[in-house]
Design a protein around this ligand. Structure first.
Ligand SMILES: Nc1ncnc2c1ncn2[C@@H]1O[C@H](COP(=O)(O)OP(=O)(O)O)[C@@H](O)[C@H]1O
Ligand SMILES: [Mg+2]
Length: 238
């Protein structure tokens, strides 16, 4: 299990002429066992914040702690190792490699593939696939399965290292409504039943009912947070 604490995290980007602030100082904590949805219009800073949380992007200001250890200011290689060990990522596009089987796509996350996979690892892949409704797809090439199934394979790829934190950027945006619900149901279970810390960036209101906590961003600031007391102008139940 892992938790995250952000203190006055801000980010500027150079837009070609000047530094432009896209995230204003943000203070948030994230707990394991919760699915947090980070919502807000395009350009509001969701992906930037998720990238900072995921140790992919450095903040311009502020400090961040991962399970009590400060992670701002870590050397790149240390941050990369921590990212590999602690985080799984799911994106809008599953980004599977067509020339590899479903199983090998998942094993890519472990840096192994091919015929000589330890039995215990093969077993773990099979269990994961079954739990995601993908039993008997291990040997198939991605071209043979549907878009919704591909996205579930990308979740398996994120889970194979048993990460404490799962970060998802618009994971349902390329899916139809039904597959979007299936994927959100899986992410919810990964958070609540498996006690992981899950953050889902989305501007799709259909994901809101799955949120244990809904944070809304606008123009680089948090404008509402259901964990901070009263939901402000957010209809979580709809
Ligand atoms: N690498 C970058 N360089 C310059 N500007 C960026 C970069 N990444 C994001 N931005 C800007 O930061 C703002 C927030 O972007 P982003 O975090 O992607 O928003 P969202 O995910 O909510 O759509 C946007 O105005 C975007 O143009
Ligand atoms: Mg984005």
């Amino acid at each position: 299990m892992a938790d995250l604490r952000l203190e006055n995290i801000a980010r500027d980007f150079y837009d070609g002429r000047q530094l432009r602030r896209v995230l204003f100082p943000i203070n948030l904590t994230f707990k394991p066992g919760e699915l947090t949805v980070l919502a807000g219009p395009s350009g509001s800073g969701k992906t930037t914040l998720l990238s900072i949380i995921g140790l992919v992007l450095r903040p311009s200001e502020g400090r961040m702690w991962l399970s009590g250890r400060e992670v701002t200011g870590l050397a790149d290689d240390v941050a990369s190792k921590m990212r590999l060990a602690t985080y799984g990522f799911v994106f809008q596009q599953p980004m599977l490699i067509d020339g590899l089987s479903v199983q090998d796509n998942i094993l890519l996350a472990l840096g192994i593939q091919g015929a000589h996979i330890p039995g215990v690892v093969r077993q773990r892949v099979a269990e994961l696939l079954t739990s995601l409704g993908l039993a008997d797809t291990a040997r198939l090439p991605p071209q043979m399965i549907s878009g919704g199934m591909k996205q579930r394979v990308s979740i398996a790829r994120a889970l194979i290292k048993d990460p404490a934190i799962i970060l998802c950027d618009e994971p349902t945006s390329a899916l139809d409504a039904e597959n979007g619900q299936v994927v959100m149901g899986i992410l919810k279970k990964i958070a609540v039943a498996e006690k992981r810390l899950v953050v889902v960036v989305s501007h799709d209101a259909r994901v809101f009912p799955f949120a244990d906590r809904l944070i809304k961003m606008e123009n680089g600031t948090v404008v509402a947070d259901t964990a901070a007391g009263k939901p402000q102008g957010l209809d979580v139940a709809s």
